[in-house]
Design a binder for this molecule. Structure first.
Ligand code: PGA
Length: 249
């Protein structure tokens, strides 16, 4: 069985104190959760979060990292540095990184390699723009993103990959893909992986949906057979709302 996962991407929100408060609230909500829960606070809050969550089943992820081991990369953070504060998962390829920081699939392939070499798990994000969908190109765009960033990996490496399909037009816009649109794309993604590798591997990969997921729409989206959970932005900043989503399977 594939893992059901709900991950909260806090983006550039929550200072140190607010982060501690939110982590404490999440912990109090978490007692009965069946689903794998991951939170991704900003870099400055990662150590406090991993310390506070030690012994719980909530995992902490970084929102980005550099591909180099170390060196003259002012302002950047390496996989080693993340590991040293107890972070074992990293989000790579978020559409905001692609759009505002010019991250390409080629660069992301290097980041994916660096994370896997450091035994980290990757939540790899990708998705089409509105113009792609309007012109019916969404499947081609998504297939190319996955192929360029991930298809060099050995089959074994995929045990540390979680996919997050996030149509750019649905992120932070209040506009969600319909459950059917999400299912169609997730099934296409799984088939694309099966064609490149095999069906068994494709069926073992958790594919999350992201883009304006809320407690009011999570149940319908998560009920689809190829949707294995969600990557949640805005709604992950409130503990009760986030856990209403976590408990939507
Ligand atoms: P949103 O963000 O839930 O606020 O739309 C999702 C994401 O960017 O991961």
């Amino acid at each position: 069985m594939r893992k059901q996962i709900v991950a909260g991407n806090w983006k550039m929100n929550k200072d140190f104190v607010d982060s501690e408060i939110l982590v404490a609230k999440l912990l109090s909500q978490h007692k009965h959760a069946q689903t794998q829960v991951i939170i991704a606070p900003p870099f400055t809050n990662l150590l406090a979060a991993t310390n506070a969550l030690k012994g719980s089943s909530i995992d902490v992820a970084a929102q980005n990292m550099h591909f180099a081991k170390q060196g003259a990369y002012t302002g950047e953070i390496s996989a080693d540095m993340l590991s040293s504060v107890g972070v074992k998962t990293v989000i790579l390829g978020h559409s905001e990184r692609r759009a505002y920081f010019n991250e390409t699939d080629e660069l992301l392939a290097q980041k994916v390699n660096a994370a896997l070499e450091n035994k980290m798990r990757v939540i790899f994000c990708f998705g089409e723009e509105l113009s792609d969908r309007k012109s019916g190109q969404q499947n081609d765009v998504v297939a190319a993103q996955i192929q360029k960033a991930l298809f060099h990996l050995s089959p074994d490496a995929w045990s540390n990959i979680i996919l997050a399909y996030e149509p750019v037009w649905a992120i932070g816009t209040g506009e969600t893909a319909s459950p059917e649109q999400a299912q169609d794309m997730h099934a296409f993604i799984r088939q694309t992986i099966a064609n490149q590798y095999n069906a068994q591997l494709a069926n073992s990969i958790s594919i999350l949906y992201g883009g304006s997921v809320k407690s009011s729409n999570a149940k319908d989206i998560f009920s689809k057979p190829d949707v294995d959970g969600g990557l949640i932005g805005g709604a992950s900043l409130d503990a009760e709302h986030f856990y209403a989503i976590v408990n939507s399977f």
